[in-house]
Structures are given as structure tokens and as C-alpha cells.
Design a protein around this ligand. Structure first.
Ligand SMILES: [Zn+2]
Length: 183
């Protein structure tokens, strides 16, 4: 499977070939559609392992990437040991998706609605999460807290934004009610 210039051509990964990645990508796509509804869904593509790799590493049969619908991707392949746990797999797919969206579409995603900062995938309590570097704990001085906050578990961004929107709407309605009572 080599293109005309001797470079391997990526192949589309069929559903079910990498069930762990499939499951993770479904969640990441959910987050993508929450904020960039016209950009997805992302999909998996694979390139064969470089010849020198397959010689001494039986696991490196191919490299899997997270690509745009048109097949473009950027960044590293997914780590071959998908069995490291669902949270690790999910964080890895989220990171690969973020690289592809940033470098191919020049789009920072996802952005924290509160701090307007790009978030990064991480892990917290065995769960893959989107973490924002902005903001400090507001409980006052003397309370030591790591900088930043967790916005939402990966796959749950839409829910977190929806509840923010609803709270905002609620506040607005409350204000209007007060105003109309005064007027
Ligand atoms: Zn934030």
C-alpha cells in the first residue's frame, strides 16, 4: 500500500478494528460537536509501520492517527498499548484530536468558556478530563490549591456548557424579573 512517491498511503480504520480507540473517539467527537459542530466527526486512519520497526517490534504493525473527515491529521500516532486503561486511552485520543484540530484547522479547541483558554486533556481520579490552566481557587489566601481547574470529563463538554448556559439564562431572567417588579 504505497503511493506514487513511495510514501505509505493512510488507510481508513474500519469500526471494530480498534474497539478501545473507537469508544474513546466517540466521546471525543461528542465534545468536538459541542463546540465546533461543522468540523467532525473525526475518524481513525492508519499507516503501516516503517520497515525497520516491524523487524524488531511485533506490536508496531501499524500507526493509528486521529484524522479530520477529509483524512488530514497532525501529530503523533496513538500509543500502541491501548490496554493501559480506558482513561489513558481516552486522554490519548483527546490529545491526538486536539493536535489535529489545532494544526490542520488552526482552531483552538476546546476553549474554557470562563477563562477563554485552550484546555488540555489530563487524568483525575482515574477519569480523562479537560483541564483549564486559568483561574485560582477563590477560597482565599492560605488555602493552597493547584492552579487551574477541571472543566469536564472528556465526552461531557456539552453537558458542562449547557448547564453554564442555563445558569446564565436563569440569572438573566432573575435580573429581568427584579427590574420588572421595580418598574
Ligand atoms: Zn477555565
Amino acid at each position: 500500500m504505497y503511493g506514487s512517491f513511495g510514501t505509505p498511503r493512510p488507510r481508513t480504520v474500519a469500526p471494530g478494528e480498534y474497539p478501545v480507540w473507537d469508544e474513546a473517539l466517540a466521546l471525543v467527537n461528542h465534545d468536538l460537536s459541542a463546540l465546533l459542530p461543522d468540523r467532525g466527526p473525526l475518524r481513525l486512519v492508519a499507516l503501516p509501520a516503517w520497515p525497520e520497526e516491524s523487524a524488531d517490534d511485533e506490536h508496531a504493525s501499524e500507526h493509528v492517527y486521529v484524522a479530520l473527515p477529509d483524512g488530514r491529521w497532525h501529530g503523533n500516532d496513538l500509543p500502541p498499548d491501548a490496554g493501559a486503561g480506558p482513561a489513558t486511552a481516552l486522554a490519548a485520543v483527546a490529545e491526538a484530536a486536539q493536535d489535529t484540530v489545532l494544526e490542520c484547522l488552526w482552531q483552538v479547541w476546546p476553549v474554557c468558556a470562563e477563562h477563554r483558554l485552550g484546555m488540555h486533556p489530563g487524568q483525575e481520579d482515574g477519569q480523562a478530563v479537560w483541564r483549564c490552566a486559568g483561574g485560582n481557587d477563590e477560597r482565599g489566601p492560605g488555602h493552597v490549591q493547584a492552579r487551574g481547574h477541571v472543566q469536564a470529563p472528556v465526552g461531557k463538554l456539552e453537558e458542562s456548557y449547557r448547564s453554564r448556559r442555563e445558569r446564565r439564562k436563569q440569572r438573566k431572567e432573575n435580573k429581568q424579573n427584579k427590574r420588572s417588579r421595580r418598574g
